[in-house]
Write a protein that binds this ligand. Sequence first.
Ligand SMILES: *Cc1c(COP(=O)(O)O)cnc(C)c1O
Length: 389
Amino acid sequence: MESTLKRTWAVIDLDALKENYDKLRRHIGPGVKFLGVVKADAYGHGAIQVSRVLQRCGADYLAVSSADEAVELRRGGITMPILILGHTPKEQVENLIRNNITQAVTCRAKALEYSEEAVRCGGTLKIHIKVDTGMSRLGYLVAGDHFATGVEGICESCRLPGLDAEGIFTHFAVSDEEDEESREYTREQFALFTAVIEKVEEKLGRKFRLRHCANSGAVANWPEMLLDMVRPGLLVYGCGEGARKLGLRPVMRLMTSISTTKTYGPGTSVSYGRIFRTERTTRMGVVPYGYADGFFRSLSGRCSLMTAQGPAPQRGRICMDMCMIDLTDLPEVDVGDEVEVFGPHNPVEELAALAGTIPYELTCAVSKRVPRVYFENGKETERELLLRF
Ligand SMILES: *Cc1c(COP(=O)(O)O)cnc(C)c1O
């Protein structure tokens, strides 16, 4: 591990995570439960470490995207409720029941399969019904002409043996967008969701214990849509527009270091493809951070990394294991100095915008070669290297 530190590493600030949780808790108010989305290894931050903090802080639920991710958390000592948002093959039902894991149910066919399996193994599977109100991805179709059959399908599913329909949820497509068309779409999704719930509860003669729809965008922008429980991911990690608005702090700080500096005369081509040529005497730093670490090659020549003296423009093609940054105007920066790829001094949102993508993709892309170093109460508490030795 020592060998890989001082190369490229991700500092995970668990104090920022706790602070974000506390702020979000205060923001949503006392009557609303909190589900933290920790799928995809907690957006690259480390699912077990993040979940432990959320569990200790008193979060109510966690969500992941697959049975494997859920079981990983159980093995890591997480005892709080976990919801699987994505697809789980029916062969996993027994495993889910044994591990007390809740499964999203997205259509009648799945409900029937899960019910059969639960009955066969003599257990009860806790489920949350997923309603498609306009994301057009997973979920019972309920829009327009599908309303009655959708409601009927949900009711049928909830009555099946071996299933306990604890919750019902939907997912927004544009809750983080500010334009009026998007806002209207979100209002329509919410109205359809509440109409479905009302009808289903009336037909079943019982209430769902957990109705939820608010992802990060809705938590930040739609206080009237929090219902029984909120379901943020990105906000927890202090990323995105909403995080700025709510005063949340980025949890990940991706760091690299200067391995070598070299000075070239004018007219020297740099890196593969020779897309960059020096125009003046240029002092170039080589940093051990390339696309195999999660840097996007499409950002070649289009971004800066942050040194202690200021931004250093990235030059030439980004390679697999390294890239070059221009230190000509930063004479104080030298070999061994730390450089921030993204974090508090180089916002991940800006880097994402330059790459034509969203911050989610950048934190998820930090590869297993990059060790995560955890800080709590200002002190390093754990290092995790995902490479196998
Ligand atoms: C990923 C996901 C979330 C969290 O989304 P954020 O935008 O990160 O808050 C919530 N709900 C579902 C169904 C998801 O897939």
